[in-house]
Write a protein of this length. Structure first.
Length: 97
């Protein structure tokens, strides 16, 4: 028998799949967007960009920017009863007005 893999992207075939129209597009507005502390963002994973991608359990969650770390941003996200910090690049963040 083959042992089951335990990678961080296990079970993400449907989560990280892009639509046919979005497949070869780079969302330049999302990449170049700058955030300030206190901005509300949604975590939307982009499967084509692996660098700075948060864990798949945070897909679709909303949070607040609490700082920056290099090119990435630190996002505070509520996960159950706990507040967690997620480090993500701007390709995986979407601003909420």
């Amino acid at each position: 028998m083959v042992t089951r893999t335990k990678g961080s992207r296990r079970g993400t075939r449907s989560i990280l799949r892009k639509g046919k129209r979005d497949r070869r597009r780079l969302f330049i507005g999302r990449v170049m967007h700058s955030y300030e502390e206190g901005d509300k963002v949604a975590i939307v994973l982009d499967g084509a960009q692996q660098r700075g991608m948060p864990h798949r359990r945070f897909q679709g969650k909303t949070g607040v920017i609490s700082g920056s770390q290099g090119r990435a941003y630190i996002v505070r996200v509520a996960d159950g009863n706990m507040m967690k910090t997620v480090v993500a690049r701007p390709e995986h963040l979407k601003p909420i007005e």
